[in-house]
Structures are given as C-alpha cells and as structure tokens.
Design a protein around this ligand. Structure first.
Ligand SMILES: Cc1ncc(COP(=O)(O)O)c(C=O)c1O
Length: 448
C-alpha cells in the first residue's frame, strides 16, 4: 500500500476527486481515518458520534472484526467470480435471506446497491405484468440512476427531467403532520385519514388505467423525505388495491430494512408481503457494496423459459456476498434487531423530550432507531425552518454547531434525521441528544 501522511489525505482527495451530490467548490469532506462502534475519527483524532450510520447503512456499527475477517477470508479464497457462476457465498446468502425475509420471498437477484435493485425490480415487474406504468410517491427517494431517479418523487429528480425513464406517475404520501387533504381538519380520525389517502391512490389507479400499471413502488417507511411512518391500515390497503387491480407491490427497504425499525424488515410491522422487495445498505452494513431484489417464486418462475435481459459485471460479487453473510450472522448472534426494538422507545422518549423543551420543534417521529425532528418557525402555521428544497441560515448554523461539537447526522431542508448504528446504547443516544438540545437554541431564536 502506498504510504501517505495523514495531512495529505484531504488536499489530495480534493485535488483529484469529483464529488457526488455537490457543487465542487463547496465540498468540505471530513478526512476520516478510522471508525469503531458508533464513532469515527478524523485525521486529527477528532471523534464524531455517528447519528447517520455513515450513509444510513452501518447498521451493525463500525469496525466489526467478524465482517472484516469474512471479507479477508473470501478475498483469499475467491475474490471474484462473474455473475454467471455459482459460488459458496451466493449459495449461503440466498438461503439465509430466504429465512429472514417475510412470507414466500425466496429468490434473490444480487445487485451493486439500492438504485439498481429498484431498477431491476421495475424491469421485472414490467416484464412479469406486461404493463409499463410505475406508481410511486412524491416524498420518496429510490436512487440516482435514471430509472430509480424517475421513480424518486422528491426534487432531486427535477434537474434531470425530461430525460429520465418514462412511465412513472407520482401520488401523495399519508403524511399526517402536513396532510394535503386535512389542513383545516387536523382532528380527522386515523381511519378516515388512511381512507382518504387510499381513495386518492385508487382514483389515480382508475384514471391511469389499471391495465397500464405494472407496480406500485414505495418506501415502507419513508427515509430521507422525513421518516414518514404509514398509518394503521395504509399498507394493507395498498396491498389490497394491488390485488384488486392486478398490480405488483414493490417495497423499497433499502433504508428501512435490516433491523432499522426494530424488525428485520419494516413490512413486518403491518403484516404485508410485497411481491418484490429491494434492499441494500444494511444488507452488508456498508462493509462492501451490495443490494438485492427479493421476489416471490411465481415471479422468478415467469423467467424460467424467458431470458432476463439484464445484468452487470459485478452482480453477486463474492466479497460483497461474504460481507452480507457475516453481517447477518452478527445481527443474529448479537440480537441486534431485538436490541433495536428495545432502544426504539428510548429514542422516542428522547425525541419527545427534545420537542417539549424546544418551541422550534414542530413534530418528532420515530420507529425503531429511525427518527426525525421537524423544525419550524411557528408551531401553529408549521412554517418550516428552511423552505421546501432549500436551506436557511439557521439550518446551516445548526449543522455547523453539531459538526463542530462532534455529532454527525443527516439534515434535509428543515429536518434532522436520527439514524444511528443499531448497536447504540442509551448513554450514547443521550450524548447525541445533549448536543441536539444545545443546537436547537439556534432554531428557538428563529421562532415567530
Ligand atoms: C429508500 C432508498 N432507496 C434507494 C436508495 C438508493 O440506494 P443506493 O445509494 O445504494 O443506490 C436509497 C439511498 O439512500 C434509499 O434511501
């Protein structure tokens, strides 16, 4: 390995890298040197508490030796075999996944990450149904490749239009705090609330024509667009609409899967089985790139005598598969899903307390270790602390305060997301919330 002084990591990275999701002159990366558990350190030994699992993916925590060893062992035995090959990690991972995924999902296409998992799910749904439209929600993110970006509802898609995959129709999310249908009737009963959004979806299905719709694609629990937790009955209602109209249901569990919500997969909370389910991130906890599409047997069987006309050089990469196997074993051995279910109420209490202390908190939501703080200028009007798809000096100042004080988290417009490694304990959560408590003094001053 070429040696490089720590002090050169940042300038040399800046000199030759082209950065994603960034204006190149505005990037300010942390020169990260090492990571362990729920923390990482930069080259100056400054410690950060990781409230974002790096990119919402390091579910088992950083630096787990068991996964590192599995990667090393796989690299020794067989670092690469092409996608047409049968390999030991492919055999083992498929079987493991069939045991932990819900219902009869038991065939898996292994991808490079989340976006291409969604791309493949869309292709499979279109081929299987012989229909072309995909319904997806506005408050969604499904990935940055052309098809996944077309399905994405949030404004990250807009700059690339109109050259994205055609055939996507968006619909509204059952987002209670900012409900489009209930601005003047916030007392609506949960049942009626759910029904209004299901009726809205059914109306769209009717107008678009069920005979043209291949699938409804949705994040089981919406991630970056605000940890929107589906109300009771909603997902079951969507499942029933799919069945009634011959439409497939694709659950995007790229962020909500692998224990994040306190179950292996978020769909389990609402007892539904999607026809296709996509995963990535927590599948390897980020130790190697991997995604997957889980499908029901009848969908896989459809391709028994038809060629599935797609694939990439690195599909089912042995090192990534080995990382996933070890990651799942760690989750099982350390009972990480159970731990997350126990920590969920702790996080919820901390979020609620924070909301009670700070008038700039409009609402908090969480499920498992998947939480959000919505910051507002006014609790009555719910005016967000930053505009939709924009920034504000207060949000910039909050982000800066947190980073300066060693708390790393993801903030999106007027929201702060709390998505820590699932091994986090109460003390570590409290450590982060003590900093959040201080940081929100900034937003409290912006209250009108
Ligand atoms: C819900 C969801 N789907 C898909 C993706 C895309 O995954 P990837 O970045 O691995 O392509 C993401 C990434 O954040 C995601 O949150």
């Amino acid at each position: 390995m070429i040696d490089l002084p720590d002090s050169d990591i940042l300038p040399l990275s800046m000199r030759h890298s082209f950065w994603t999701w960034s204006a190149q002159s505005k990037v300010s990366p942390i020169p990260v040197k090492r990571a362990l558990g729920v923390y990482f350190w930069d080259v100056n030994d400054k410690r950060y508490l990781d409230f974002n699992s790096m990119v919402m993916c390091v579910n088992i925590g950083h630096g787990d030796q068991r996964v590192i060893d599995a990667i090393i062992e796989q690299a020794r035995q067989l670092p690469f075999a092409g996608p047409p090959m049968a390999t030991k990690p492919r055999a083992i991972l498929g079987q493991l996944l069939s045991q932990i995924t819900p219902g009869d999902l038991d065939r898996f296409l292994f991808t490079l990450g989340g976006a291409d998992a969604n791309e493949n799910a869309i292709k499979i749904a279109r081929a299987y149904t012989g229909k072309h439209k995909i319904l997806a929600r506005y408050r969604s993110y499904h990935g940055a490749s052309a098809g996944a970006m077309a399905a994405t509802g949030d404004p990250r898609r807009l700059i690339w239009e109109p050259n994205l995959m055609p055939g996507v129709v968006h619909f509204l999310d059952p987002y209670r705090y900012r409900s489009t249908f209930h601005r003047t009737n916030s007392d609506i009963s949960p049942t009626d609330f759910t029904l209004d959004y299901l009726n809205h979806l059914e109306e769209i299905i009717t107008y678009e024509g069920p005979q043209t719709i291949a699938a409804i694609l949705l994040e089981t629990v919406t991630g970056t667009n605000g940890i929107i937790i589906p109300p009771e009955g909603y997902l079951m209602g969507v499942r029933q609409l799919c069945d009634r109209y011959g439409i497939l249901l694709i659950a995007d569990e790229v962020m909500s899967g692998f224990g994040r919500t306190g179950r292996w997969f978020a769909v389990e909370h609402w007892d539904i089985i999607p026809d296709l389910m996509t995963m990535a991130k927590g599948l390897t906890s980020g130790y190697a790139p991997l995604g997957a599409v889980a499908m029901r047997p009848q969908i896989a069987d459809f391709f028994n005598d038809r060629v599935y006309q797609s694939g990439l050089t690195y599909n089912a990469h042995p090192i990534s598969l080995a990382a996933a196997i070890a990651n799942i074993q760690v989750m099982q051995e350390d009972r990480i899903v159970e731990h997350t279910a126990e920590m969920g109420p702790v996080l919820h209490r901390l979020l609620t307390d924070l909301g009670e202390q700070h008038p700039s908190v409009g609402e908090v939501r969480s499920i498992g270790l998947f939480g959000v703080i919505e910051l507002v200028r006014n609790r009555q009007t719910k005016e967000p602390l930053a505009p939709y798809d924009g920034a504000s000096p207060e949000m910039v100042a909050i982000r800066k305060y947190l980073l300066d004080h060693g708390l790393y988290l993801y903030s999106h417009w007027h929201t702060l997301l709390v998505i820590p490694p699932l091994i986090i304990n109460q003390e570590q959560l409290e450590e982060g919330f003590a900093l959040l408590d201080k940081a929100l003094e900034i937003s409290d001053q912006a209250i009108k």
